[in-house]
Design a protein around this ligand. Sequence first.
Ligand code: MCF
Ligand code: ZN
Length: 325
Amino acid sequence: MNELPKVELHLHLEGAAPPAFIRGLAREQGVDLSGIFDAQGNYAYRGFVDFLRVYEAACTVLRTPRDFGRLTRAVLEQSAENGVIHTEAFVSPDFCGGRDLGAWREYLAAIREAAEEAERELGIGLRVIVTCIRHFGPDAARQTARCAAETAGDFVTGFGIGGDEGQGSKADFAWSFDMAREAGLRLTAHAGEWGGPDSVRDALDHLRVERIGHGVRAIEDPALVDRLAEDGIVLEVCPGSNVALGVYPSMRDHPIERLRKAGVKVTVSTDDPPFFHTTMRQEYDALHRTFDWDEGVFRDIAATSARAAFCDAATRDTLLERIGA
Ligand code: MCF
Ligand code: ZN
Protein backbone atom coordinates (compact mmCIF):
# COMPACT_ATOMS: atom_id res chain seq x y z
CA MET A 1 0.00 0.00 0.00
CA ASN A 2 2.84 2.28 0.84
CA GLU A 3 4.28 1.69 -2.59
CA LEU A 4 1.15 2.93 -4.33
CA PRO A 5 1.92 5.87 -6.60
CA LYS A 6 1.01 9.07 -4.78
CA VAL A 7 -0.08 12.49 -6.02
CA GLU A 8 0.60 15.43 -3.71
CA LEU A 9 -1.37 18.64 -4.23
CA HIS A 10 -0.28 20.72 -1.24
CA LEU A 11 3.43 21.26 -0.65
CA HIS A 12 5.24 24.52 0.08
CA LEU A 13 8.56 24.49 -1.76
CA GLU A 14 10.62 26.26 0.93
CA GLY A 15 8.66 24.49 3.65
CA ALA A 16 9.87 21.19 2.24
CA ALA A 17 13.54 22.23 2.52
CA PRO A 18 15.49 19.72 4.60
CA PRO A 19 16.96 21.51 7.66
CA ALA A 20 20.44 20.34 6.63
CA PHE A 21 19.97 22.01 3.25
CA ILE A 22 19.09 25.35 4.90
CA ARG A 23 21.97 24.98 7.38
CA GLY A 24 24.34 24.32 4.47
CA LEU A 25 23.29 27.56 2.74
CA ALA A 26 23.57 29.49 6.03
CA ARG A 27 27.11 28.16 6.50
CA GLU A 28 28.10 29.12 2.93
CA GLN A 29 26.75 32.63 3.47
CA GLY A 30 28.13 33.07 6.99
CA VAL A 31 24.62 33.62 8.37
CA ASP A 32 23.77 32.51 11.91
CA LEU A 33 20.46 30.67 11.78
CA SER A 34 21.10 28.55 14.87
CA GLY A 35 18.05 30.09 16.61
CA ILE A 36 15.59 28.31 14.33
CA PHE A 37 16.89 24.79 14.97
CA ASP A 38 16.66 22.53 18.01
CA ALA A 39 19.46 20.40 19.47
CA GLN A 40 18.67 17.59 17.01
CA GLY A 41 18.95 19.97 14.09
CA ASN A 42 15.21 20.07 13.36
CA TYR A 43 13.21 23.26 12.84
CA ALA A 44 12.13 24.61 16.24
CA TYR A 45 8.96 26.70 16.72
CA ARG A 46 6.10 27.08 19.16
CA GLY A 47 2.68 27.35 17.59
CA PHE A 48 1.43 28.68 14.27
CA VAL A 49 2.64 32.29 14.32
CA ASP A 50 6.12 31.19 15.43
CA PHE A 51 6.08 28.55 12.67
CA LEU A 52 5.54 31.35 10.12
CA ARG A 53 8.45 33.29 11.62
CA VAL A 54 10.83 30.31 11.49
CA TYR A 55 9.69 29.54 7.94
CA GLU A 56 10.48 33.08 6.82
CA ALA A 57 13.84 33.04 8.63
CA ALA A 58 14.81 29.86 6.78
CA CYS A 59 13.85 31.57 3.50
CA THR A 60 16.40 34.36 4.05
CA VAL A 61 19.25 32.08 2.94
CA LEU A 62 17.41 31.00 -0.22
CA ARG A 63 18.79 33.91 -2.20
CA THR A 64 19.48 33.07 -5.81
CA PRO A 65 17.76 31.22 -8.64
CA ARG A 66 20.50 28.59 -8.27
CA ASP A 67 19.51 28.07 -4.60
CA PHE A 68 15.92 27.46 -5.71
CA GLY A 69 17.06 25.09 -8.44
CA ARG A 70 19.02 23.06 -5.89
CA LEU A 71 16.09 23.19 -3.48
CA THR A 72 13.70 21.92 -6.15
CA ARG A 73 15.98 18.96 -6.85
CA ALA A 74 16.34 18.11 -3.13
CA VAL A 75 12.59 18.30 -2.55
CA LEU A 76 11.67 16.23 -5.59
CA GLU A 77 14.23 13.56 -4.66
CA GLN A 78 12.58 13.20 -1.26
CA SER A 79 9.10 13.11 -2.75
CA ALA A 80 10.09 10.51 -5.35
CA GLU A 81 11.59 8.35 -2.59
CA ASN A 82 8.14 8.41 -1.00
CA GLY A 83 6.44 7.14 -4.13
CA VAL A 84 5.13 10.54 -5.26
CA ILE A 85 4.70 10.77 -9.05
CA HIS A 86 3.22 14.27 -9.28
CA THR A 87 3.62 17.24 -6.95
CA GLU A 88 2.08 20.68 -6.95
CA ALA A 89 4.27 23.12 -5.09
CA PHE A 90 3.40 26.51 -3.70
CA VAL A 91 6.08 28.97 -4.74
CA SER A 92 6.02 32.61 -3.82
CA PRO A 93 7.53 35.53 -5.77
CA ASP A 94 7.87 37.14 -2.30
CA PHE A 95 10.82 34.83 -1.68
CA CYS A 96 11.94 34.66 -5.33
CA GLY A 97 13.18 38.13 -6.18
CA GLY A 98 10.85 40.25 -4.03
CA ARG A 99 7.89 40.13 -6.49
CA ASP A 100 9.89 41.72 -9.32
CA LEU A 101 8.67 40.19 -12.58
CA GLY A 102 12.08 39.98 -14.27
CA ALA A 103 13.66 38.35 -11.22
CA TRP A 104 10.68 36.01 -10.84
CA ARG A 105 11.20 34.75 -14.41
CA GLU A 106 14.81 33.88 -13.56
CA TYR A 107 13.89 31.98 -10.39
CA LEU A 108 11.15 30.19 -12.25
CA ALA A 109 13.52 29.16 -15.04
CA ALA A 110 15.89 27.60 -12.48
CA ILE A 111 13.02 25.78 -10.76
CA ARG A 112 11.74 24.54 -14.10
CA GLU A 113 15.13 23.30 -15.25
CA ALA A 114 15.54 21.29 -12.03
CA ALA A 115 11.98 19.97 -12.34
CA GLU A 116 12.49 18.83 -15.93
CA GLU A 117 15.69 17.03 -14.96
CA ALA A 118 13.91 15.34 -12.03
CA GLU A 119 11.06 14.29 -14.31
CA ARG A 120 13.51 12.65 -16.73
CA GLU A 121 15.61 11.00 -14.03
CA LEU A 122 13.13 10.24 -11.23
CA GLY A 123 9.76 10.06 -12.99
CA ILE A 124 8.15 12.76 -10.84
CA GLY A 125 6.28 15.73 -12.34
CA LEU A 126 6.06 19.20 -10.82
CA ARG A 127 3.61 22.05 -11.35
CA VAL A 128 3.85 25.45 -9.66
CA ILE A 129 1.04 27.20 -7.79
CA VAL A 130 2.08 30.83 -7.38
CA THR A 131 1.12 31.83 -3.87
CA CYS A 132 0.49 35.14 -2.21
CA ILE A 133 1.01 35.45 1.51
CA ARG A 134 -1.96 36.74 3.44
CA HIS A 135 -0.07 38.59 6.17
CA PHE A 136 1.99 40.46 3.55
CA GLY A 137 -1.27 42.20 2.55
CA PRO A 138 -3.37 42.79 -0.59
CA ASP A 139 -0.92 45.14 -2.36
CA ALA A 140 1.84 42.55 -2.28
CA ALA A 141 -0.73 39.98 -3.45
CA ARG A 142 -1.53 42.11 -6.51
CA GLN A 143 2.15 42.13 -7.50
CA THR A 144 2.28 38.38 -6.92
CA ALA A 145 -0.82 37.92 -9.08
CA ARG A 146 0.85 39.90 -11.85
CA CYS A 147 3.91 37.64 -11.69
CA ALA A 148 1.58 34.63 -11.84
CA ALA A 149 -0.48 35.96 -14.75
CA GLU A 150 2.61 36.85 -16.79
CA THR A 151 4.13 33.39 -16.39
CA ALA A 152 0.96 31.27 -16.55
CA GLY A 153 1.30 28.26 -18.80
CA ASP A 154 2.08 24.56 -18.73
CA PHE A 155 4.37 24.84 -15.68
CA VAL A 156 2.81 27.65 -13.65
CA THR A 157 -0.73 26.33 -13.56
CA GLY A 158 -2.25 27.62 -10.32
CA PHE A 159 -2.64 30.55 -7.98
CA GLY A 160 -3.23 30.42 -4.24
CA ILE A 161 -2.94 32.10 -0.88
CA GLY A 162 -1.37 30.94 2.38
CA GLY A 163 -0.13 32.55 5.57
CA ASP A 164 -1.80 33.93 8.65
CA GLU A 165 -5.57 33.56 8.35
CA GLY A 166 -5.89 35.76 11.43
CA GLN A 167 -5.07 38.86 9.35
CA GLY A 168 -7.23 40.69 6.82
CA SER A 169 -10.13 39.08 5.02
CA LYS A 170 -10.44 36.85 1.97
CA ALA A 171 -12.37 39.56 0.11
CA ASP A 172 -9.26 41.79 0.21
CA PHE A 173 -7.63 39.34 -2.21
CA ALA A 174 -10.50 38.98 -4.71
CA TRP A 175 -8.82 41.33 -7.21
CA SER A 176 -5.68 39.15 -7.28
CA PHE A 177 -7.68 35.97 -7.71
CA ASP A 178 -9.72 37.56 -10.52
CA MET A 179 -6.50 38.49 -12.31
CA ALA A 180 -5.12 34.96 -11.93
CA ARG A 181 -8.40 33.41 -13.14
CA GLU A 182 -8.43 35.66 -16.21
CA ALA A 183 -4.90 34.47 -17.01
CA GLY A 184 -6.21 30.89 -17.09
CA LEU A 185 -4.80 29.81 -13.73
CA ARG A 186 -6.59 27.28 -11.54
CA LEU A 187 -7.34 28.44 -8.00
CA THR A 188 -6.91 27.20 -4.45
CA ALA A 189 -6.85 28.98 -1.06
CA HIS A 190 -5.78 28.04 2.44
CA ALA A 191 -8.90 28.19 4.61
CA GLY A 192 -10.62 26.27 7.36
CA GLU A 193 -7.38 25.57 9.20
CA TRP A 194 -7.08 28.41 11.74
CA GLY A 195 -10.23 30.02 10.42
CA GLY A 196 -13.55 28.27 10.98
CA PRO A 197 -16.22 27.27 8.42
CA ASP A 198 -16.82 30.91 7.46
CA SER A 199 -13.28 31.16 6.13
CA VAL A 200 -14.03 28.25 3.78
CA ARG A 201 -17.26 29.94 2.64
CA ASP A 202 -15.35 33.18 2.03
CA ALA A 203 -12.78 31.36 -0.11
CA LEU A 204 -15.57 29.85 -2.21
CA ASP A 205 -17.67 33.02 -2.47
CA HIS A 206 -15.02 35.73 -2.79
CA LEU A 207 -12.07 33.93 -4.34
CA ARG A 208 -14.11 31.31 -6.29
CA VAL A 209 -11.58 28.55 -5.82
CA GLU A 210 -12.01 24.93 -6.93
CA ARG A 211 -9.77 23.51 -4.19
CA ILE A 212 -9.28 24.44 -0.56
CA GLY A 213 -5.96 24.11 1.26
CA HIS A 214 -6.85 22.25 4.47
CA GLY A 215 -10.59 23.13 4.71
CA VAL A 216 -10.95 20.59 7.49
CA ARG A 217 -12.79 22.88 9.88
CA ALA A 218 -15.74 22.76 7.48
CA ILE A 219 -16.67 19.73 9.58
CA GLU A 220 -18.02 22.15 12.20
CA ASP A 221 -20.86 23.14 9.85
CA PRO A 222 -22.96 20.33 8.32
CA ALA A 223 -24.52 22.63 5.69
CA LEU A 224 -21.05 23.55 4.47
CA VAL A 225 -20.00 19.90 4.37
CA ASP A 226 -23.03 19.25 2.12
CA ARG A 227 -22.09 22.17 -0.11
CA LEU A 228 -18.51 20.92 -0.50
CA ALA A 229 -19.74 17.45 -1.37
CA GLU A 230 -22.39 18.68 -3.83
CA ASP A 231 -20.08 21.12 -5.59
CA GLY A 232 -17.19 18.65 -5.76
CA ILE A 233 -14.78 21.01 -4.01
CA VAL A 234 -11.50 19.22 -3.36
CA LEU A 235 -9.82 19.53 0.04
CA GLU A 236 -6.03 19.38 0.19
CA VAL A 237 -5.92 17.75 3.61
CA CYS A 238 -2.63 17.67 5.52
CA PRO A 239 -3.37 15.60 8.63
CA GLY A 240 0.18 15.51 10.05
CA SER A 241 0.47 19.29 9.65
CA ASN A 242 -2.82 19.85 11.49
CA VAL A 243 -1.74 17.65 14.40
CA ALA A 244 1.79 19.13 14.57
CA LEU A 245 0.47 22.71 14.62
CA GLY A 246 -2.26 21.87 17.12
CA VAL A 247 -5.41 22.29 15.02
CA TYR A 248 -6.33 18.81 16.33
CA PRO A 249 -4.84 17.05 19.34
CA SER A 250 -4.31 13.72 17.57
CA MET A 251 -4.87 11.82 14.34
CA ARG A 252 -7.83 10.06 15.93
CA ASP A 253 -9.52 13.47 16.39
CA HIS A 254 -8.81 14.54 12.80
CA PRO A 255 -11.98 14.93 10.67
CA ILE A 256 -10.57 13.56 7.39
CA GLU A 257 -12.47 10.28 7.70
CA ARG A 258 -15.74 12.01 8.64
CA LEU A 259 -15.38 14.36 5.67
CA ARG A 260 -14.66 11.45 3.33
CA LYS A 261 -17.66 9.50 4.63
CA ALA A 262 -19.82 12.59 4.06
CA GLY A 263 -18.86 12.49 0.37
CA VAL A 264 -16.33 15.32 0.36
CA LYS A 265 -13.43 14.88 -2.08
CA VAL A 266 -10.45 14.62 0.25
CA THR A 267 -6.81 14.26 -0.78
CA VAL A 268 -3.67 13.78 1.33
CA SER A 269 -0.54 15.97 1.42
CA THR A 270 2.33 16.84 3.74
CA ASP A 271 2.32 20.70 3.60
CA ASP A 272 5.82 21.38 5.03
CA PRO A 273 7.16 17.86 5.72
CA PRO A 274 10.35 18.50 7.76
CA PHE A 275 8.59 21.09 9.92
CA PHE A 276 5.98 18.51 10.82
CA HIS A 277 8.29 15.47 10.95
CA THR A 278 6.36 13.76 8.21
CA THR A 279 6.55 12.32 4.70
CA MET A 280 3.86 11.10 2.30
CA ARG A 281 4.68 7.54 3.34
CA GLN A 282 4.21 8.44 7.03
CA GLU A 283 0.89 10.16 6.28
CA TYR A 284 -0.34 7.02 4.52
CA ASP A 285 0.88 4.83 7.40
CA ALA A 286 -0.84 6.97 10.01
CA LEU A 287 -4.14 6.99 8.08
CA HIS A 288 -3.97 3.23 7.66
CA ARG A 289 -3.31 2.72 11.38
CA THR A 290 -5.87 5.24 12.60
CA PHE A 291 -8.78 4.74 10.21
CA ASP A 292 -7.95 1.32 8.82
CA TRP A 293 -7.79 2.69 5.27
CA ASP A 294 -6.92 -0.08 2.84
CA GLU A 295 -5.35 -0.10 -0.60
CA GLY A 296 -8.67 0.67 -2.28
CA VAL A 297 -9.14 3.86 -0.26
CA PHE A 298 -5.60 5.03 -0.98
CA ARG A 299 -6.03 4.33 -4.69
CA ASP A 300 -9.27 6.37 -4.67
CA ILE A 301 -7.50 9.21 -2.85
CA ALA A 302 -4.67 9.23 -5.41
CA ALA A 303 -7.19 9.16 -8.27
CA THR A 304 -9.15 12.05 -6.73
CA SER A 305 -5.86 13.96 -6.47
CA ALA A 306 -4.94 13.23 -10.09
CA ARG A 307 -8.39 14.37 -11.31
CA ALA A 308 -8.06 17.59 -9.27
CA ALA A 309 -4.47 18.24 -10.32
CA PHE A 310 -3.74 21.56 -11.97
CA CYS A 311 -2.33 19.97 -15.12
CA ASP A 312 -3.42 19.30 -18.70
CA ALA A 313 -5.69 16.38 -19.60
CA ALA A 314 -2.92 14.25 -21.12
CA THR A 315 -0.78 14.52 -17.96
CA ARG A 316 -3.81 13.73 -15.81
CA ASP A 317 -4.62 10.63 -17.86
CA THR A 318 -1.04 9.40 -17.59
CA LEU A 319 -1.23 9.86 -13.80
CA LEU A 320 -4.51 7.93 -13.61
CA GLU A 321 -2.96 5.13 -15.65
CA ARG A 322 0.08 4.95 -13.36
CA ILE A 323 -2.22 4.87 -10.32
CA GLY A 324 -4.21 2.08 -11.91
CA ALA A 325 -7.49 3.93 -11.53
O1 MCF B 1 -0.27 25.28 5.40
C1 MCF B 1 0.68 25.75 6.32
C2 MCF B 1 -0.01 26.39 7.49
N1 MCF B 1 -1.02 27.35 7.09
C3 MCF B 1 -0.79 28.48 6.37
N2 MCF B 1 0.22 28.78 5.64
C4 MCF B 1 1.33 28.07 5.37
C5 MCF B 1 1.62 26.73 5.67
N3 MCF B 1 2.86 26.48 5.28
C6 MCF B 1 3.35 27.58 4.73
N4 MCF B 1 2.43 28.55 4.76
C7 MCF B 1 2.56 29.92 4.22
C8 MCF B 1 3.61 30.73 4.96
O2 MCF B 1 3.12 32.01 5.19
O3 MCF B 1 2.94 29.84 2.87
C9 MCF B 1 4.06 30.67 2.67
C10 MCF B 1 4.76 30.76 4.00
O4 MCF B 1 5.47 31.96 4.10
C11 MCF B 1 4.93 30.10 1.59
S1 MCF B 1 4.10 29.88 0.05
C12 MCF B 1 5.38 29.38 -1.00
ZN1 ZN C 1 -0.11 24.89 3.37
